[in-house]
Design a protein around this ligand. Structure first.
Ligand code: NAI
Length: 246
């Protein structure tokens, strides 16, 4: 029970890495709130959480919509009285080579992966400041550090997330709020199901540990950074990539 009785909001918690993190956090004693715009998947994950006896909530939220984010945050505070952990995990891709990328592809990835992180953090931080404690964890990516062919928009957001992480670590540290990011490598989820098999095989062959990642690899890293064991870790970007980028 490494985060017993903590209240955690996980955006994009209906599927993939977010879902695995929600289930792990519940097993470790947290009350988990999932905010996701996929209502069917969200309800399904909520049912799985509740079947384990966890206290959990699901909100249909679009992180680009500030009103829906505020509603989730207010309702979470109303139900549990506090918010200890925010995991800004919701993210999308819309890949194309630079010369082919449309303005719409650019705008929608920026809106979810960058502005969405800003929206959720801005809504939660006043509550954490009042408490004098909190943990914010952001989903970056190896792509945000090293770039990637066909991912101008995505790389810009994931690099931007690192900039926000470090800025907030500096701004909020004195208020008892820690802010860190995770930079996963290639993790097997719906998101990477869109990546050509050839590319995944290449990434696997380049990974010193010889395998692609699975959601629980990332969930375990989030758990560590959310727990008091990481109480002196702030403003960091933790690679969870099997050594792909060394
Ligand atoms: P996924 O596609 O399996 O799940 C993403 C979840 O976010 C879905 O449940 C989706 O409904 C939700 N979502 C998307 N847009 C939303 C919005 N506007 N508002 C609320 N919810 C929204 O993705 P996956 O693979 O689990 O990725 C999670 C995070 O980790 C993302 O930020 C992604 O960029 C990042 N990441 C993933 C990697 C991978 O290899 N899978 C590698 C590096 C980073």
């Amino acid at each position: 029970m490494r985060i017993k009785d903590k209240v955690a909001i996980i955006t994009g918690g209906a599927r993939g890495i977010g879902k695995e993190t929600a289930l792990l956090f519940a097993r470790e004693g947290a009350m988990v709130v999932i905010g996701d715009f996929d209502a069917a998947a969200g309800e399904q994950t909520l049912a799985e959480l509740k079947s384990t006896g966890a206290r959990a909530l699901f909100f249909k939220v679009d992180v680009t919509d500030r009103a829906s984010v505020q509603n989730m945050v207010d309702a979470t505070k109303g139900e549990f009285g506090r918010i200890d952990i925010l995991i800004n995990n919701a993210g999308i891709t819309a890949d194309a080579f630079l010369t082919k990328m449309t303005e719409e592809q650019w705008d929608k990835v920026i809106a979810v992966n960058l502005k969405g992180v800003f929206n959720c953090t801005q809504a939660v931080v006043p509550i954490m400041m009042e408490q004098g404690s909190g943990v914010i964890l952001n989903a970056s990516s190896v792509v945000g550090v090293y770039g990637n062919v066909g991912q101008t928009n995505y790389a810009a957001t994931k690099a931007g997330v690192i900039g926000m992480t470090k800025s907030w670590a500096k701004e909020l540290g004195k208020k008892g709020i820690r802010v860190n990011a995770i930079a996963p490598g290639f993790i097997i989820t719906d998101m990477t199901a869109k990546v050509p098999e050839k590319v995944l095989e290449l990434m696997q062959s380049r990974t010193p540990l010889g395998r692609l990642g699975v959601p629980k690899d990332v969930a375990a890293a989030y758990l560590f950074l959310a727990s008091d064991e990481a109480s002196y870790i702030n403003g960091q970007v933790l690679g969870v990539d099997g050594g792909l980028m060394i």
